[in-house]
Design a protein around this ligand. Structure first.
Ligand SMILES: [Fe+2]
Length: 445
């Protein structure tokens, strides 16, 4: 045996040993029971000293105030919000020690969910300048969130866009999240994100809200959320326990319906949430009064969960139509944004016609939309003839208002345009619609 061969042999033996051992490991591993267990939701969605579920809402004048809500665990640590105009802070870390006037204590409440105890904190940040960018962070003085940026509204009519989403509700983390992200990519400077009810399925289940906040992520902390409650947000017949602590919506609705029935003006547009789950007659009177104060030429958008013209098979809400439609007609409500039916339907030119007798029920020129952003899907209705229908597709909508023009687009989760129209509004409050439906067949899965 020559010397080089004698040197190689031990190495060759070692390599063979390694290979055999590796093969044995693979063989044993494939036979071994898989020890993969679901990660417990108690741990996955447990509150910690680090602020989470941070969300912006607008309980007051959006040009001069904003509300920030977040969650922590139940240590006795204080809860603060620090804020400053963006150009004061950005790019200069030496200025992180803020003046005392830029630190606000939160209002804190203990919250007992099905997964345990936590604290929910809210700060109403007022006295802001219109059309100005700010940054803020929340925390206990040691454990801080990152700095989030947001902008106040103009204090007069000015162009803006917002995102409207139908029911998220199901498979929120796995299937709804990508719709939220695509909508953000489509309209990154959206003034707010409007949810038309049934945000989650079991609204007293903390893990579902955990998924909802996870899907919204940092977007919730920089673009205010607007939401109207649906039937699933009323488990056991009453508003879910999470709603009022975790959202700071306006309290200008009828007594007892605060933060579910409310209105606000955003750059000249009146946005109203109607709680379609309860006390409809009373809300119709309230809505009549609220809209009486708007000039006819002002854009008026109403959101409610149950639709006046249902999109899904076997569903109809004649009582809702009877109570609310006369108010919408009287005050030239331009757009009604709804959910509930897990399908898409949008009225427009010549509709909705009742399929059975051909009667056009679209008095007043209001455009009614039902849409769905989540993954639960129902079959299409056959009661109404409307401009555009879709089933089996997750959608998001971007609405842009500029002067007397309103541009509406509905897109699939892929970003592909599915429906569009333009409204122009005259001084009398009447609108004209220009259909811009893409030249693609309707999707009905
Ligand atoms: Fe619903």
């Amino acid at each position: 045996m020559n010397r080089s061969l004698s040197r190689r042999l031990p190495f060759t033996g070692y390599a063979i040993l390694l290979a055999v051992s590796w093969l044995l490991t693979i063989a044993c591993a494939s036979d071994a029971p898989i020890d993969t267990k679901p990660y417990p939701v108690e741990q996955q969605y447990m509150a910690t000293p680090m602020p989470d579920r941070i969300i912006l809402t607008m309980s007051g004048d959006p040009a001069r105030s904003v509300d920030v809500t977040w969650r922590t665990n139940v240590t006795g640590a204080p809860a603060f919000l620090e804020w400053v105009q963006s150009d004061t802070l950005v790019g200069d870390l030496r200025k992180l020690e803020l003046e005392p006037s830029h630190r606000l204590p939160a209002t804190t409440e203990m919250f007992h969910s099905d997964l345990g105890l936590c604290r929910i904190h809210t700060v109403h940040l007022a006295g802001l300048e219109p059309a100005t960018k700010y940054v803020y962070r929340v925390g206990d003085g040691v454990n801080w969130s990152e700095w989030f940026q947001f902008g106040t509204a103009h204090d007069r009519p000015a162009p803006f866009s917002f995102i409207y989403l139908g029911d998220g509700q199901n498979a929120i983390r796995s299937w709804w999240s990508h719709v939220v992200r695509q909508a953000h990519q489509e309209a990154p400077r959206a003034a707010f994100v409007l949810h038309a009810g049934d945000l989650v399925n079991g609204a007293n289940n903390d893990a579902e809200w955990g998924e909802w906040f996870e899907a919204g992520g940092w977007l919730n902390a920089m673009a205010p959320v607007v939401a109207t409650p649906g039937n699933h947000d009323h488990p056991d017949g009453s508003l879910c326990r999470h709603w009022r602590p975790q959202f700071a919506f306006p309290t200008n609705g009828p007594k007892g319906l605060e933060e579910t029935t409310y209105w606000f003006d955003y750059q000249g547009v009146r946005i109203v949430s109607v709680n379609s789950y309860e006390r409809l007659e009373e809300q119709a009177v309230w809505l009549d009064r609220i809209l009486s104060k708007c000039p006819a030429s002002q854009w008026k958008i109403v959101t409610l969960h149950y639709p006046l013209f249902s999109a899904a098979k076997g569903r109809d809400n004649p009582q809702l139509r009877k109570i609310l439609q006369p108010v919408f007609v009287r005050h030239h409500v331009d757009l009604v944004l709804q959910g509930h039916d897990h399908a898409y339907a949008r009225t427009g030119l010549g509709g909705p016609h009742n399929v059975a007798d051909g009667v056009n029920l679209n008095q007043g020129g209001t455009v009614y939309v039902v849409s769905v952003s989540g993954a639960k899907m129902y079959e299409a209705n056959e009661t109404w003839n409307v401009s555009r229908v879709g089933t089996g597709i997750q959608l998001y909508q971007v609405i842009h208002i500029d002067g007397n023009r309103l541009e509406y687009e509905s897109r699939r989760a892929t970003g592909e345009l599915y429906d569009a129209f333009t409204l122009t509004k005259n001084e009398d409050g009447h609108t004209q619609i220009m259909e811009r439906i893409p030249d693609r067949p309707e999707i009905r899965h």
